[in-house]
Design a protein around this ligand. Structure first.
Ligand code: SF4
Ligand code: SF4
Ligand code: SF4
Length: 316
């Protein structure tokens, strides 16, 4: 798949069909990957596809001017469709290179499984349903599905829904929803005062770095409400109350646009379990509006659309 990607990307640039390729390259830290965005053919040799391609690259589509050749996994393709529905990107201005995806590795889970720091691992290869790790003088086999992100257990669309070229064979969904929603169900099981205490503690840690917002493809406002000072929605200094308000408003703003890519949680430097909020909202939107982000490209964004039969009790 990786060689095919390099070949197709080269062709696209050479033939002038795109101005930039947006894909994954080797990261500077071991086993991590970084976005690779380039208009130079020479850089394309650095493109990679492996079980560590975690970033949702759709974040860049609203920032880069020009025609893009973009690499997407299943969840990313739904973010892209959502951006099309909101008229934030133009389908004719991109060539979508689809990666059928079996899941991506959560390095923290992998470290827990092997009881060692990832730095002690020399090589990782995926063979069938296992990861084979070469350690100092030994070899370890870890079942792949023991170390993928929680979001991947809930993935109903591992093969991109929108693409121009699919770079591998379709992957069938292997949904284990109870595993994907485990943390959310645990929260639902505790009483409201306990839950309040929990989130107060979590948002006391927030340093308002805005990584969660900046990494999110659904957070595309040119001016975010937190940067507005007339009126001032939240204080510029961090307090747990305002940190919580920031995240609650953000959660509402991305409702119906969140593809459960999990990037907000992954990017949070203080480890706030943000996906629990976002994924809960995904569930609510599905239950209330029967809407799933980015699945039907002809559908309207959920909050720009109404039916005459919609319930009105909430405005009484
Ligand atoms: S959610 Fe699905 S498409 Fe996205 S990384 Fe996980 S398995 Fe792949
Ligand atoms: S809110 Fe989080 S999980 Fe949802 S699209 Fe944004 S970064 Fe991804
Ligand atoms: S990434 Fe985490 S610390 Fe940074 S603003 Fe978001 S919640 Fe706060």
């Amino acid at each position: 798949m990786e060689n095919r990607l390099k070949e197709e990307a080269r062709k696209l640039l050479k033939e002038g069909k795109v101005d930039y390729i947006v894909g994954y390259g080797k990261g500077t830290v071991k086993f991590r990957t970084s976005p690779l965005i380039t208009n130079r053919e020479d850089d394309l040799e650095g493109l990679v596809i492996n079980p560590f391609i975690v970033n949702n690259l759709c974040r860049y589509t609203t920032e880069i001017k020009g025609k893009l050749g973009i690499v997407v996994k299943g969840c990313d393709s739904r973010s892209l469709v959502s951006l099309m529905q909101d008229n934030k990107v133009n389908r004719d201005e991109m060539v979508i290179l689809g990666i059928p995806c079996e899941g991506v590795v959560d390095i923290k889970k992998l470290e827990e499984q092997i009881g060692a720091d990832i730095d002690q691992v020399k090589e990782i290869d995926k063979e069938g349903d296992n990861l084979i790790l070469q350690m100092d003088g030994s070899k370890k086999t870890v079942p792949f599905r023991d170390v993928i992100f929680d979001k991947c257990f809930g993935c109903e669309h591992p093969t991109p829904l929108e693409y121009d070229m699919l770079l591998g064979s379709e992957v069938s969904p292997r949904v284990q929803i109870e595993k994907s929603l485990k943390k959310i169900k645990e929260f639902e099981g505790i009483n409201a005062p306990e839950r309040w205490r929990y989130w107060k503690e979590q948002f006391s840690k927030c340093i308002r770095c805005y990584a969660c917002r900046n990494v999110c493809p659904a957070c595309f406002c040119e001016r975010c409400f937190v940067d507005v000072n007339i009126p001032q929605w939240i204080a510029t200094y961090g307090s747990w109350q305002d940190n919580l308000v920031f995240q609650l408003i953000r959660t509402l703003h991305v409702a119906g646009r969140c593809s459960d890519c999990g990037e907000c949680e992954r990017s949070c430097p203080v480890g706030i379990p943000l996906r629990s909020l976002q994924r809960k909202m995904v569930e609510e939107v599905k239950c209330l509006f029967n809407h799933e982000t980015g699945v039907d490209k002809d559908a309207s964004p959920v909050f720009t659309h109404y039916e005459a039969t919609d319930p009105e009790e909430f405005i009484k």
